[in-house]
Design a protein around this ligand. Structure first.
Ligand SMILES: [Zn+2]
Ligand SMILES: [Zn+2]
Length: 262
C-alpha cells in the first residue's frame, strides 16, 4: 500500500467523509485540505496540552481529576504515571517528526547552532538538554508550518511512540494522524474529552433520533484510563448514563429504568 487511492487517508475520520460511499474526500494528496487544516489546529494545541498536563502534577488537582475519573471518592487512581507517560510520548513523537522534517526540508539542526554569547568561556554552558516543554514548542512550530510537507513524507523507519518501541515504517500522513490523536488523548486525560465514538441508537432523555448519514445523537466517550467507567452520551441534550445500560438497550431496544441517584 502506498497509502493513497485518490481519497483522503483519514477515511471515516475525514472532514469530507461520504457515508454512502464510505470514502474520504477526493484529493490527489494523502490527506485532504480540510483534514490538514483541522490537524494543524489540533497539533498546535499540543504545546498547551503539554503545559496543562504538567499542571496535573499538582497533587490536589490530580487527585480531584482521579476522583472524577474513577467516579469514587474512596479509590482515587494515581494518575501521575499516566500523565508522565503521555508527556514523554508527546515529546518523543513531536521531536521525532520535527527531525524527519528537518532532514526532508534541509533545515538546520538546532543542536548544532548556538548563539555565540553562549560559547564564551565566562558563561559557557555544556550542551544542556533542552527542557522538554521547550522541545515540544520548537517541534510543533516546525511541524505546524510544514504540515502538508509532513503529510507527504514517504514511509520512514521510526520508533513510533518511544525509544523502547520496535522500529516501524510510518508514512508522514500517519504521523499527522498520530499527532492529532495525541492531542485527543491529552484532552481526554485533562477531562475535556473531544474524541467521540458515534454509536447507533435513540436518546432516552430527549427526542433526538439518528438521521441517515449524520453522526449522532449518541456517542461513547473514550475512557481516560484502563478501568474507567464507560459512558454513553447524547450529543443533543448532554444526558449520559452507564454503558451497560446501552448494551441492554441494544439487546432489547428498550432503555432500562434509570436508577435514581440516592
Ligand atoms: Zn480528509
Ligand atoms: Zn438526548
Amino acid at each position: 500500500m502506498d497509502g493513497h487511492d485518490g481519497t483522503c487517508n483519514n477515511a471515516d475520520r475525514c472532514a469530507g467523509y461520504d457515508p454512502q460511499l464510505k470514502l474520504g474526500a477526493h484529493t490527489s494528496r494523502p490527506l485532504c485540505g480540510d483534514c490538514l487544516d483541522q490537524a494543524a489546529r489540533n497539533i498546535r494545541s499540543l504545546v498547551f496540552d503539554y503545559l496543562d498536563l504538567a499542571q496535573l502534577h499538582e497533587p490536589t488537582l490530580s487527585q480531584a481529576i482521579a476522583e472524577r475519573a474513577s467516579g469514587s471518592k474512596e479509590r482515587p487512581i494515581p494518575i501521575s504515571q499516566h500523565v508522565e507517560a503521555l508527556q514523554a510520548e508527546i515529546v518523543h513523537v513531536t521531536t521525532t517528526w520535527e527531525y524527519e522534517l528537518r532532514v526532508a526540508c534541509r533545515l538546520s539542526d538546532p543542536g548544532t547552532v548556538r548563539p555565540s554569547w553562549r560559547v564564551t568561556t565566562s558563561n559557557y554552558e555544556p550542551a544542556l538538554k533542552t527542557r522538554p516543554g521547550t522541545a515540544v514548542q520548537r517541534a510543533v512550530e516546525v511541524i505546524g508550518s510544514r504540515l502538508e510537507r509532513l503529510s507527504q513524507l514517504p514511509a520512514t523507519v521510526v520508533c513510533p511512540t518511544g525509544v523502547d518501541d520496535e522500529p516501524a515504517d510510518m508514512y508522514g500522513w500517519q504521523a499527522v494522524q498520530q499527532l492529532t490523536d495525541l492531542h485527543g488523548r491529552a484532552r481526554g486525560m485533562l477531562g475535556r474529552t473531544t474524541r467521540r465514538f458515534w454509536i447507533p441508537g435513540e436518546c432516552w432523555a430527549c427526542p433526538s433520533r439518528p438521521v441517515r448519514g449524520v453522526d449522532g445523537p449518541l456517542y461513547r466517550s473514550e475512557p481516560k484510563f484502563e478501568g474507567d467507567p464507560m459512558q454513553v452520551n447524547c450529543d443533543k441534550c448532554s444526558a449520559y448514563r452507564a454503558y451497560p445500560d446501552y448494551e441492554t438497550y441494544m439487546a432489547t431496544l428498550l432503555w432500562p429504568e434509570l436508577e435514581v441517584a440516592a
